[in-house]
Ligand binder design. Structure first.
Ligand SMILES: C[S@@+](CC[C@H](N)C(=O)[O-])C[C@H]1O[C@@H](n2cnc3c(N)ncnc32)[C@H](O)[C@@H]1O
Length: 217
């Protein structure tokens, strides 16, 4: 594949847009659903929780969140206008029932008041954080005391084999993520690395290692 094509894939993963972006949103939701469910399960959602997700993509997994407990409110933040639109469309019933709320933000400043959320999670976005320390402190600010943050990402050892990750991506190993978190006020309460089979771009099954870091305010 040419360098321009690899760069285009990386740009779509970072910021889906246009017709290709819709396809990318569908593909990401399908390929990453196991990672997304792992992140959600580690939140241990209980009745009445208010949840925030950063970078939900097309948000095809939001129904799964509402299956976790009664009386939940879900807030989704995206940087991609297209993913915001797709997420609203796919989850229109939850939106009209005022259970799910979607908005766009700049990736740096979380547009909510301090202590707004019981649980926050994000899957496959850490590679694109513009100012990781600043975003972590923003997440800390909007979490309630004792609130939980789950960060789920594919391990650097796997990601660096994908030719497009040389563009746009900042790759993380568990150790590197721990170093970042150590600069924040969060406490790491759990971390788990799993390996799953995923289909590669050329069709064969490959092992993907991914990690969920569970942090407490
Ligand atoms: C690789 S996709 C992952 C989507 C979904 N979470 C998944 O795992 O399938 C990254 C998504 O995060 C969004 N994104 C990138 N940087 C972000 C940031 N700093 N905060 C929130 N979303 C971000 C992109 O627009 C894109 O929709």
């Amino acid at each position: 594949m040419k360098q321009e094509e690899l760069q285009a894939i990386a740009s779509q993963l970072k910021h889906p847009k246009g017709e290709k972006g819709i396809e990318m949103g569908n593909m990401m939701n399908e390929t990453n659903i196991n990672m997304t469910h792992h992140s959600i399960q580690n939140l241990h959602i209980t009745a009445g929780n208010t949840i925030l997700e950063l970078g939900h993509g097309n948000a095809g997994h939001v129904a799964f969140i509402f299956e976790q407990a009664e009386n939940i409110k879900y807030y989704g933040l995206e940087m991609s206008e297209l993913m915001f639109q797709e997420a609203r469309q796919i989850n229109r019933n939850f939106v009209s029932q005022k259970q799910a709320f979607f908005s766009i933000y700049d990736g740096d400043t979380i547009p909510f008041q301090e202590a707004s959320f019981d649980k926050i999670f994000t899957v496959n976005t850490i590679y694109f954080w513009q100012e990781p320390e600043k975003l972590l402190s923003e997440i800390y600010r909007v979490l309630k005391p004792k609130g939980i943050l789950c960060i789920t990402f594919a391990e650097e050892s796997f990601m660096k084999q994908l030719p497009f990750t040389q563009f746009e991506f900042e790759l993380y190993s568990t150790e590197k993520a721990e170093e970042l978190i150590a600069k924040s006020e969060f406490k790491i309460i759990n971390k788990e690395t799993l390996t799953e089979k995923v289909k590669s771009k050329t069709g064969e099954l490959v092992d993907r290692a991914f990690t969920t870091m569970v942090l407490e305010k």
